[in-house]
Design a protein around this ligand. Structure first.
Ligand code: ZN
Length: 504
């Protein structure tokens, strides 16, 4: 059986040039050979050379590189599982009470949403798992194998953390602030998530080695955040990164409280502190970065560090609006991540791009705003840079991985769309998941006309519904009670010690 296939389209977006302009091909075709793009050119010419190949798409299709969700954690959302949105620091406490979901089903759930909105690669940052190293192994295995099952490209990491598991102070100090009766419960809970740093690094090494020869699965490092990592852990992270040469993704300065924390802990700023360990550079992506100051933006730019913008999450958890204009003015590559979930409580990347386009506009004529090409570049080329796949994805040039989406033009624009509007503007401003007709990852069709090729979506959804149709388990009830008990004390901790002032 031939592994070659021809893709036909009215417009193919190959990539962006150095100035950020889209390179578009009209009435074009792509020859996919195995997992990669072999050739891109006029469709009629390709068809003449390859008259017998199967054709995907048609003369009205729009083809763009697969989108990259550069910051993702979970499947069913915290809202679905029992937590309202709160400012991040309170949300950590509220989330203790979430229901348990089978991690395979959970991973497939959000993969359905991502793929059907054009996402082919996900940066899955697994935050934590109970039960020591065996717990880390079990959860990583379930998550990674679920992505393999559905055919998505994955960059996976288990977050590194060695301190301050609930609030921005040592676990034992915070436990002492609680009324005596709540102390054993929280202590036991946090202990279950405590793994010695060397064991976490050892776990990364074994996982990295296990998957290092895979084509669609890679493992990288995620130092979780400044407050979650001691200086010893930051040093160890830098050493491990040097040894394995993997990318790093680190949450940083997501909220005003994290900025206050950095000011208390470091003599200068969060960014200059982690720079002391050699962590900044093109290998690092900073997740969020909402509260960086001007000097920090300069440091990010000078070192070639990436940012991942998690727009919906910043809104939902009241973290603020990231200074995207400053990032763009300094030519910092900014990727896009949906984080836990977008403002529709799902993982619709098309909607997320639209939100990003709109929210950073400054009022008035001639004022700064993002354009559609810049937003699409964030979700493709710049997203790719934050993953171990680099420039082999996020574009459709010869030799690139054949990760792409074929959009149905009629479903994008029906009943009418003026041709005066550029196709990239139409894509960002009007397109909904229903227009995503076919999704290829590494040359393989994983989604076509609303159906997942390798997984039965309806079956998985009914398994999720069935699994959660029972009353809370004893363990779930215990955790829900714990969440309710500690929540007001977490709130008080920040009120007493982290007075957030607007003039920060
Ligand atoms: Zn996150």
């Amino acid at each position: 059986m031939s592994t070659e296939v021809l893709i036909q389209a009215k417009w193919i977006l190959e990539r962006f040039n150095a100035k950020g302009k889209p390179i578009l091909h009209r009435d074009a075709g792509i020859l996919v050979n195995g997992t990669q793009v072999q050739q891109i050119g006029q469709f009629s010419e390709l068809r003449r050379i390859y008259p017998n190949l199967t054709i995907l798409g048609n003369k009205e299709s729009i083809v763009v590189p697969g989108l990259i969700n550069a910051h993702h954690h979970v499947g069913l959302t915290p809202l679905q599982l029992g937590s309202l949105d709160y400012p991040l620091e309170l949300w950590f406490a509220s989330r203790i009470g979430l229901r348990d979901v089978d991690l395979r089903l959970d991973t497939l759930y959000s993969a359905f949403e991502m793929i059907s909105s054009g996402v082919t690669t996900v940066q899955h940052l697994h935050s934590r798992a109970p039960g020591g190293v065996p717990g880390l192994e079990k959860s990583s295995n379930l998550v990674i194998e679920a992505y393999r099952e559905i055919g998505m490209r994955l960059s996976y990491s288990m977050a590194l953390r060695d301190q301050n598991r609930l609030v921005y102070e040592a676990d034992e100090d915070f436990i002492k602030r609680l009324p005596r009766k709540f102390r054993p419960g929280l202590s036991e809970y946090l202990k279950d998530f405590t793994v010695p740093l060397d064991d976490q690094i050892g776990f990364f090494e074994s996982l990295y080695k296990k998957y290092k020869d895979e084509s669609r699965i890679r493992v990288q490092l995620a130092p979780s955040n400044l407050h979650w990592l001691s200086d010893a852990a930051l040093e160890k992270t830098a050493d491990t990164q040097n040894k394995f040469d993997v990318p790093l993704h680190m949450h940083l300065l997501e909220t005003p409280y994290q900025k206050i924390y950095a000011n208390k802990r470091t003599a200068n700023s969060a960014l200059s502190h982690i720079n002391k360990f050699g962590l900044l550079g093109p290998q690092l992506t900073i997740g969020h970065g909402v509260w960086v100051n001007e000097e920090e933006v300069d440091l990010i730019a000078e070192t070639g560090t990436n940012i991942c913008h998690n727009c919906s999450s910043n809104l939902r958890l009241k973290s603020g609006v990231a200074p995207i204009k400053s990032f763009f003015e300094k030519n910092i590559p900014v990727a896009l991540g949906i984080d836990e979930a977008g403002i529709n409580d799902d993982r619709d990347m098309l909607q997320e791009m639209r939100l990003v386009l709109m929210i950073h506009q400054k009022p008035g004529i001639g004022t700064w705003s993002l354009n559609s090409s810049e937003v699409l570049r964030m979700a493709t080329e710049f997203g790719a840079r934050t993953t171990p796949y680099g420039d082999s994805i996020g574009q459709l040039s010869k030799g690139s991985e054949a990760d792409l989406i074929i959009l149905n033009h009629k479903k994008m624009v029906y009943p009418y769309q003026s041709e005066d509007i550029n196709i990239v503007d139409v894509l960002i401003q009007r397109t909904k998941p229903k227009a995503v007709e076919t999704v290829l990852v590494a040359g393989e069709v994983v989604y076509n006309e609303g159906k997942f090729i390798k997984v039965n979506r309806d079956g998985i959804l009914s398994e999720i519904a069935e699994g959660l149709s029972y009353p809370l388990s004893k363990e779930e009830m215990k955790r829900q009670e714990l969440a309710r008990s500690v929540f007001p004390h977490v709130k008080k901790f920040y009120e007493d010690h982290y007075q957030y002032k607007l003039n920060l």
